[in-house]
Each structure stands twice: as structure tokens, then as C-alpha cells.
Write a protein that binds this ligand. Structure first.
Ligand code: LMR
Length: 334
């Protein structure tokens, strides 16, 4: 219904093919996301906004809506598809329910060791091919942003994989993360990011996983007594826009926006790294969560417990995609 209405408006004002600017009024891009206003994702979005508005000489105005103030995780993707917002930066772990399973390759535990390895995929042809898959769902992918590597938390110490047995853990909507938690004997529960703190503080769930930046910004460290720096999985984002809106933008505007994304990306990634380091230091200083750094033997136990996830999820993600990434990173085949 809403989509039909948008098409009608586009046909009337845009000659059906191009979004027209009425007088000097700028084209508005509503950019919604779930991260806190002070989070690196917000800082990256602000840098993108400044660059996009500069490179289009004000013909585009970017309106930022952080902190799930417009939509929560699942709703924001639906809103984008319907054209209620034009741009998002969801976590790569949230595309499975849309039917795009390839993004879940980024959730495979211990497949990526550092952000340099990730960049080899996200900035290369494989990353572009994965983004391309979004088109069939009415979405265009413009790029990837990093958050960082995740740790596990609970109210009881997590020294070894068995320590998660029977714990209820909040996860994002990724089948790979679900399998990862099941492999540890935990009971995964998908909850929106905006609901995680409440679920942890009320005991609806016992634990969760996230990089330090999110633990800190969402105050999860105030309601989790223990965390282990397992760095078992990556959290990153895709910068995405509504396909029909995008295709109707004049070419020079699209090019300017692409340039703004390209140039904001190294800034957003550097902010992410800085924020993760600072957030961890601040949480350790607060003394509210005891952070455990696993030794080599403990790390080997986490890796061994999580290795089977890769083979179990290969069919879902795509065996070919997994093999190409393993080859690119010189990892032994699963
Ligand atoms: C989460 O839901 O845990 C994260 O994806 C939130 C985010 O956008 O960093």
C-alpha cells in the first residue's frame, strides 16, 4: 500500500524515473540506526552526513535517527524496504531473516582474526558480491563498517565453554550465532538490541555477547558481573539504502553519496577501534564486570568448542563462499 503510494508520488513529481528536487528543497535521506548517540556508529554517520551534504552542495540533507528512536532491529529493515526510511546501518548478523544468509559468514567463530583480514573480504570482490544479493530484496548495499570482536558475558564466571551450559543468552537474529551458542550448551534467545539491557537486568536472560563498545554504551556492564575476552566473533555493519529510492536519484548525487560513504568508512572504523579500547578500559576501571583474559590453553578450548559451527553452517551460508574466504585468508578448510 505504502509502496504503491510512494510510486505514485514518484511518478507525479519525478517523471517516474528520477527523484526531483522541488525548488531549492533538498532531497531528504532519513538514516536510522540502533546505536547510542555517542557510539562510533553515530560518529561515522555524522561524518557521512557532513561529507554527503558537502559533496552534493546541499542538494541532499541527511537526517540521523540513532538509538532505535524510529525503529528497532527487525522493524528498521521492514521500514527500509517499505521506503519509510532511506538508509540504515544494521549489523551483518541481522540479514538472515530477510533471506540473505551469506552475511552470516561474518558470524562464524574464529574465522576472522583481525580487522585486516576482514578488510580483505569486505573491501574486495567477495564483499561486493554479498552486498549485491540485497538487490533482490529491494535494498542496495553501499559499504561495510566495523565494530569489533565480541566477548561473552554472564553473572557467573565463564572460564571454559562448559560454563555456559544451560545459560539463557541474548543473541542477534543470526542462525550462525544461534548455532554457536547451542554448541556451547547455552539457550540462545533472539532479542532486539534495544531490549538487551532490560532483559539482562531483569534476568529474562543470563548473558550475552558484544564488543566492549556496545557493552559500555548500553550499560550492559552494570548488569553483568563477568565477561571473558574470547574475541570469538566479529560485529560489523552494512550501509544500506532503499533500492527504488536509490535508483531514482540523479547519477551525480549517487556518486557523491558513494564518495561520502567511501571517505567516512576509514574514520568510522578508526573510531570503532578507539571506542572499543576506551570502553574496555572504562569498564575494567568501574569494577562492575570482572573481565577475564583467557590464557592460551583456555583460548584453545573456546576455539575447539566453536570450530564445529563452521562445518555445520556451511550449507546455510554457501559452501562455495566459505571455501573462497578460507582460501583468501589461508585458513584450513572446515
Ligand atoms: C546488537 O544487536 O547486538 C548489535 O548489532 C547492535 C549494533 O548495531 O551494534
Amino acid at each position: 500500500m505504502r509502496r504503491a503510494f510512494l510510486f505514485l508520488i514518484a511518478a507525479i513529481f519525478g517523471g517516474a524515473s528520477c527523484i526531483a528536487q522541488t525548488g531549492s528543497a533538498p532531497i531528504v535521506i532519513k538514516f536510522s540506526h540502533v546505536a547510542a548517540p555517542q557510539a562510533h556508529k553515530s560518529k561515522g554517520a555524522e561524518r557521512f552526513k557532513a561529507l554527503a551534504e558537502q559533496y552534493t552542495n546541499g542538494r541532499v540533507r541527511i537526517e540521523l535517527f540513532p538509538n532505535s528512536q524510529l525503529y528497532k532491529d527487525k522493524e528498521e529493515l521492514e521500514a527500509l524496504q517499505l521506503g519509510a526510511v532511506e538508509m540504515l546501518a544494521p549489523s551483518l548478523s541481522k540479514f538472515g531473516p530477510l533471506g540473505i544468509k551469506a552475511f552470516e559468514v561474518f558470524d562464524i567463530p574464529y574465522l576472522f582474526r583481525n580487522t585486516a583480514e576482514l578488510a580483505r573480504i569486505t573491501e574486495g570482490p567477495i564483499g561486493a558480491e554479498i552486498l549485491q544479493q540485497l538487490e533482490a530484496k529491494g535494498i542496495v548495499g553501499l559499504g561495510y563498517w566495523n565494530n569489533g570482536f565480541k566477548s561473552l558475558s554472564a553473572n557467573t564466571p565463564l572460564r571454559q565453554p562448559d560454563d555456559l551450559l544451560g545459560l539463557k543468552v541474548r543473541i542477534q537474529s543470526s542462525r550462525v550465532i544461534e548455532e554457536q551458542m547451542t554448541a556451547l550448551g547455552a539457550l540462545p534467545q533472539v532479542l532486539a538490541f534495544s531490549e538487551a539491557y532490560q532483559a539482562l537486568s531483569s534476568g529474562v536472560v543470563d548473558g550475552t555477547e558484544n564488543p566492549p563498545s556496545n557493552f559500555y554504551n548500553q550499560k550492559m556492564f552494570e548488569v553483568q558481573r563477568h565477561a571473558t575476552l574470547t574475541n570469538h566473533g566479529f560485529l560489523g555493519y552494512a550501509l544500506i539504502v532503499n533500492r527504488d529510492f536509490w535508483k531514482r536519484l540523479p547519477l551525480d548525487i549517487r556518486q557523491a553519496i558513494e564518495r561520502a560513504v567511501r571517505e567516512a568508512t576509514p574514520f568510522a572504523n578508526a573510531e570503532a577501534e578507539k571506542e572499543n579500547n576506551e570502553a574496555l578500559a572504562a569498564m575494567i576501571k568501574s569494577g562492575k564486570t570482572a573481565f577475564h583474559e583467557p590464557n592460551a590453553e583456555e583460548l584453545a578450548a573456546w576455539e575447539a568448542a566453536l570450530l564445529p559451527v563452521r562445518a555445520r553452517m556451511a550449507d546455510r551460508i554457501g559452501v562455495d563462499l566459505l571455501r573462497r574466504i578460507e582460501a583468501e585468508l589461508a585458513r584450513p578448510k572446515s
